[in-house]
Structure formats: structure tokens, C-alpha cells
Design a protein around this ligand. Structure first.
Ligand code: ADP
Ligand code: MG
Length: 305
């Protein structure tokens, strides 16, 4: 069985050309470009909580990084460096090789270097910290929504939650286990969007975070929400409004930015749907059905509920 140091050397020591110093010292050294701010974010994935026991290691490597890349996308930051803290019940080399493969494959696609981490024995736990950069003052913060702004959402909602109930649906399973972080969209939205968030806990709840932080309300037309195909109407509503793990971007922008935002869809190969508008007043989401009547909606996912 390999030692902790053997594991690091064999599986997590690929070159990190974008760092001044990568894996192997007490800390990594990185330098953002002049005039750029660093965006920093951490996400923790726990077996039994965020993924099932026995989950495929390659997909876990992908997802551990993808959820962090999604946070960079939601800030409009370009992801650059990551660290990986791992607790492993045993040093299973086939598992480690597949996990590292999934992690590094996604990292390579987005130009992210793994520059450090920590490895210990324990219940399977994956914690990635990511650093990204962006021009000073241009981050897409949650407090940037203004009355009159449009509300937009990328891709489709509900697929990841649907997969939890229909594991045999391959398209839904891909949405849940191998989400595609919307990094290119996030970067292109700098200067266009007012506020942005990634949909990790469900559309209604995540939009709620923007409303709270911005001190505004919103009206959203359910019919205009982009939906993963789900035949059962009640299940569709639950997955689309309250389903987590979709990792689409939910953002606001003034009407003057409509044409510029619509023009992003084709080059990115990503649907961008205008689903409602921001209103002055209390931070409340008003959801309308096809006839313009108010709908009740389920809350999103809360780890402590
Ligand atoms: P320390 O004793 O200073 O915490 P470690 O012995 O834990 O250092 O780690 C040695 C080096 O390997 C450090 O540079 C650390 O960042 C890196 N490292 C440890 N675990 C991982 C991992 N899972 N992925 C990437 N780098 C790692
Ligand atoms: Mg250590």
C-alpha cells in the first residue's frame, strides 16, 4: 500500500506551469497578473451527503473540480490554480488513478494547475480550493441586481435533480455526475451582467440569494424557464425550481445588454434564456404560471434543513 507521500508523488504531482512553485513545498507560490484581483472559493464534497458511497471515481474527480470552477464562473473570474484536500478510507490505487484522471482532464480543459493540497486517511471527503483572477472591480457579485434588470439563466434546469430519481436516464445522470461549469459564459458576462450566481441549490433559492443581497424582488415566468425534459408536471416543477446541482449561471442584466447577451449563445453553444425581471421592493420571488397567475414554489436545498 503506498504511503501518503507516494500517493501525492504518483497521482497529484503533475507539473503546474502557471505557478511559481507547485506541489512539494510547504506552500505553493502563485502570482496574478498586474491589476487583477484574486477570486478564492472552496467547496467540500462528502460521501453520503454530496455523493453516494461507491460513486465512480473518475466522475468524482471531475465534479470536485467542476463545482469550484462553477463558482469562478459565477464571479466572472478566470480559474487558474487549485488545491485538493483529500481524506481517503484506504489507498486504493485504481480509485486514485481514476479520480486523478477525472480531475486533471477537467483542469487541463480550463487551464487550471493543481498546486497543492493535503492527504490523510479518513471517511471519503474531497475538498477543492480554487483561485481565479479577474480585472480589478469587475466581479459579478450577488449584490449587483437593480430594478428593471432582466433575469437570465443558462442551459437547462432540473436535469441533475431528475437523475436522483431516475438513475437510468443517461442524459440526466451526466448532468448530475459530470456537470459542465459555465466558465466561458461567466467571463463573457463581465461588464454585461449586474449580479450572478451558479445554480447549486435550486433556482428559487439561488435567485433568492441575489434578491437578498441586492435588496430587490423578482418576477419570473415559469413557462420561460429552460427545463430538462421531465414528463411529470409536478416532478418537473420540483426539479426545475428546487433541484440542486445544475451548475447553470443565473444572472441579471439591464435591458440594454439584451442583444449583447443573446449574441453570446451561439459562439458558446449554450442556450441563454430571459426568464423574468427584477423589481423594486422586498426580496421576494414572484413566480407566474402561463396565465400570469401567482404560483407557489418549493424552497431549494438546505444542508441543515
Ligand atoms: P505539509 O506537511 O506541509 O502539510 P504535506 O506532506 O501534507 O505537507 O504535503 C506535501 C506537498 O504535497 C505539499 O506541497 C502539499 O501541498 C502537496 N499535497 C498534499 N496532498 C496533495 C493532494 N491531494 N493534491 C495535491 N497536492 C498535495
Ligand atoms: Mg499536509
Amino acid at each position: 500500500m503506498p504511503s501518503e507521500f507516494e500517493i501525492i508523488r504518483r497521482y497529484f504531482s503533475r507539473p503546474a506551469p502557471s505557478a511559481l512553485l507547485g506541489v512539494g513545498d510547504d506552500a505553493a507560490l502563485v502570482q496574478p497578473a498586474a491589476g487583477r484581483e484574486l477570486a478564492v472559493s472552496t467547496d467540500l464534497l462528502l460521501e453520503g451527503r454530496h455523493f453516494a458511497a461507491g460513486a465512480a471515481p473518475r466522475a468524482l474527480g471531475h465534479k470536485a473540480l467542476a463545482v469550484n470552477l462553477s463558482d469562478m464562473a459565477a464571479m466572472g473570474a478566470a480559474p487558474r490554480w487549485a488545491t485538493l484536500a483529500l481524506a481517503l478510507p484506504s489507498a486504493d490505487e485504481a480509485w486514485l488513478a481514476a479520480f486523478a484522471e477525472g480531475f486533471y482532464a477537467l483542469a487541463a480543459r480550463f487551464g487550471v494547475d493543481l498546486v497543492g493540497g493535503d492527504t490523510t486517511r479518513g471517511p471519503l471527503t474531497l475538498c477543492v480550493t480554487i483561485l481565479g483572477e479577474l480585472p480589478a472591480g469587475t466581479a459579478l457579485r450577488r449584490d449587483g441586481a437593480r430594478p428593471g434588470d432582466d433575469v437570465w439563466v443558462s442551459g437547462e434546469l432540473g436535469g441533475a435533480a431528475y437523475a436522483l430519481e431516475h438513475a437510468q436516464d443517461a442524459a440526466a445522470a451526466k448532468r448530475l455526475h459530470e456537470p459542465e461549469p459555465r466558465v466561458a459564459l461567466g467571463e463573457r458576462l463581465r461588464g454585461l451582467a449586474g449580479a450572478a450566481i451558479d445554480v447549486s441549490d435550486g433556482f428559487a433559492q439561488d435567485l433568492g440569494h441575489i434578491l437578498e443581497r441586492s435588496g430587490v424582488g423578482a418576477v419570473v415566468r415559469y413557462a420561460d424557464l429552460p427545463k430538462f425534459r421531465i414528463a411529470d408536471a409536478a416532478l418537473e416543477q420540483r426539479c426545475v425550481l428546487a433541484g440542486g446541482d445544475d451548475y447553470e449561471l443565473l444572472f441579471t442584466a439591464p435591458p440594454a445588454a439584451r442583444a449583447a447577451i443573446e449574441a453570446l449563445a451561439a459562439p458558446l453553444g449554450l442556450a441563454l434564456s430571459r426568464v423574468g425581471s427584477i423589481q423594486a421592493g422586498a426580496p421576494r420571488l414572484q413566480l407566474l404560471d402561463a396565465q400570469g397567475r401567482a404560483m407557489r414554489h418549493a424552497p431549494g436545498f438546505d444542508h441543515f434543513a
